[in-house]
Design a protein around this ligand. Sequence first.
Ligand code: ATP
Ligand code: MG
Length: 395
Amino acid sequence: MEKVILIKYGELTTKKGNRNFFVHTLTENIKTKLKNYPIVIKKDLSRMTITFDEENLTSILEKINEVFGIHAYHVAYKVPSILEDMQSEMLTMLKNEEFTTFKIEVKRSDKMFPMDSMELSRYLGGVVLKNLKGKKVDVHHPEVLFQVELCKDYTYLYTNSIKGLGGYPVGTQPKSLAMLSGGIDSPVAIYLALKRGIKVDAVYFEAIPHTSLEAREKVITLTRKLAKYKNKITLYVVPFTEIQEAIYQKGNSEYCITIMRRMMYRIMDRLCKKHKAMAIINGESIGQVASQTLNSMAVINEVTNMPVIRPVACLDKLEIIDIAKKIDTYETSILPYEDCCTVFVPKHPVINPVLDECLKNEEKFDYEAMIEKAIENILVFPITIEDKSKYENLL
Ligand code: ATP
Ligand code: MG
């Protein structure tokens, strides 16, 4: 008898053609996550087991809860697929549980086993009733659901089920670049994109001295919190001051935000091409501010052909905040450091911008050269949860 963590893939199993790739990616992600523990992983196309040292169980389970692509997991006992072994282990397990009503559920993938699922669950139910006093079967609302997964050589027995994070393993979709500000929305957008399996790296536009180094540190902290879900996130910090000052000196003030966002999108477009990223991700939410009306989005989006994924586009602010709290980015996001967007907000930003007006404003300065220069001077921070950089201490 061996105790294992039994992992179910969930959504993966619906992706028949790609199943191998999905299971392989998930395995690699779990291995990386658990690299500090002596474990053994075994997998097939429908389940995975992890053998572990008992003293590490709690911390291993916590880490598994941070991996996308897992539908559910169980702490299970693995016994040979022999009736006597199953029933004696079942009795040992149930003796330690306090309950009156129970149900036995059998899933049988070994069709050669002499009993079918119904027969086996009835048989094992009979063993419980005969050997343990005062127990009753309740198929609708049992206090203990005893599950039996019968495979060819081994059978897994468990009474617990822990819900996994769901989604797809990170890395099953190609790399994309996300616009990460210090606000509430963009970390949530990145979390949701990671959940779809996208390999997200992050880009932060900063306008020092109008924005502070603390604002950058806040973005680094947010990146580190998101790195829980992807081993390493590279954060690109774009020096945006020159472009932003030019926009505000030369441009029509009500168009400043629209043009600033077109400049950000232009830089994102180039960075995606440079780093072979397939899409731009951001935290825009329809109607949240003037630059996020559908009309504004269309005019801003006009500068790029890259797909722009907006995971929180249709969520209410309160729904976004709920997720931010769940993933522990909220408290950092509400720290009061200025973002380059908030520093330069005009009194009356245009809600329905016109493309021609943007083009007219943009003709007034040589933004191409400034964009090139900004890209050349990008700072790169490879961020993992473990690396306790000097930035952490400042917050
Ligand atoms: P909030 O939660 O306060 O709305 P926000 O980060 O969503 O903050 P918005 O002004 O709504 O800020 O910007 C919309 C999106 O544009 C952000 O979600 C983010 O993806 C991107 N963005 C804004 N400012 C920056 C920045 N300085 N660097 C990188 N991306 C930015
Ligand atoms: Mg927002």
